[in-house]
Design a protein around this ligand. Sequence first.
Ligand SMILES: Cc1cc2nc3c(=O)[nH]c(=O)nc-3n(C[C@H](O)[C@H](O)[C@H](O)COP(=O)(O)OP(=O)(O)OC[C@H]3O[C@@H](n4cnc5c(N)ncnc54)[C@H](O)[C@@H]3O)c2cc1C
Length: 371
Amino acid sequence: MTSQPHIGIVGAGLAGRTLAWRLLRAGCRVTLFDARPRDDLATASQTAAAMLSPLAELAVSDEVVFALGQRSMQLWPRWIDELETAGAGRVYFRREGTLVVAHAPDQASLEHFTRLLQHKLPAASRAQIYTLDAAGVARHEPALAGRFGEGLFLDGEGQLANDQLLASLARAIDALGGQWYEGVAVERVEAHRVVCKDQSHAVDVAVDARGVGSHAQWPAGNPLRGVRGEVLRVECAGVSLQRPVRLMHPRYQLYVAPRPDHQFVVGATELESEDTGPVTVRSMLELGSALHSLHPGFGEARVLRMSAALRPALDDHRPVVEARSGVWHINGLYRHGYLCAPALVDDLARHILQPGHVPDAERAEAHEVHS
Ligand SMILES: Cc1cc2nc3c(=O)[nH]c(=O)nc-3n(C[C@H](O)[C@H](O)[C@H](O)COP(=O)(O)OP(=O)(O)OC[C@H]3O[C@@H](n4cnc5c(N)ncnc54)[C@H](O)[C@@H]3O)c2cc1C
């Protein structure tokens, strides 16, 4: 490999874009390929609520995701600061915790959720979750005063504005001289080669970060699938929340994540389906009525957008960074992409940058960073 290795990254979603930026900063030459324009809203990365919830997500994940999330919570503020210092634009990032509430008939769901987290959390992190009485709920979220008899507070959780982050990363990549093929569908990613319909590009290291787009490159024994998720984005000047609020429900969990300019992301459905069609009426009603039940002021919210996308998931729901046949894969970020990406990308960048890194088949098969 030359002193300035050329890295070809296929997929400019959260994983590919973040990796490209880190490698460019480290002095690599980087070429990004994506089938869509950089601002296309149909990807998982653009659709996500981008909550950073290592504690709440432990209910549906495991210690691997938790540890990646804890590490990433340290990296995000540093990385966002680096982007802002480099003049790539502001990124809304908050770390004010998460409030979990339930209406009286659904109290058992909240109690079960609390016990589950207490059971799964490492002892050192248990103090980060604590119950609130009605006054505590009102103190944390004045808009919800009198609406909930109790709540659960998850200290240290956060969120960011993914649209701002993705735009900021794009500006940083441009400023560092990254080459970006937009609207170019890649047919195959091979060792040292990215193969498009009309052209083949030689690279020193090839990385496949196509999310569900790399479906065909996953072995039958460890298939990659898409899990459909739908969100609403609303604008509501009449209700103010300081932090993401999760509403427990026996059939689905709703979250409302506040964003700048009185906007909120309301999500998310989780459907075992690879349908990429628009949001259904059923999902719109479920998300909308749960939002309204959180606070009636949301009845006057304006719906700005309804989006659906596929979360790339492996059967064990863990993200993976691994090399197969000379190609690095970063995938399976499922519902934890924003939560885990910095730690995953940091590890992958280190592997690629280590002196003498040779991504040939035999050497690469030996590496499996996360699974
Ligand atoms: C509704 C919803 C809510 C979510 N909420 C959260 C949350 O609150 N917190 C959290 O941590 N995570 C959340 N996630 C998960 C998170 O969004 C994903 O884990 C993450 O965005 C996956 O990023 P990615 O880069 O791997 O994939 P993607 O975002 O899918 O990016 C893959 C890229 O590859 C490109 N591509 C595909 N095929 C090709 C091809 N053949 N050639 C070239 N390019 C190709 C695509 O155009 C795309 O740009 C949510 C996801 C959804 C859908």
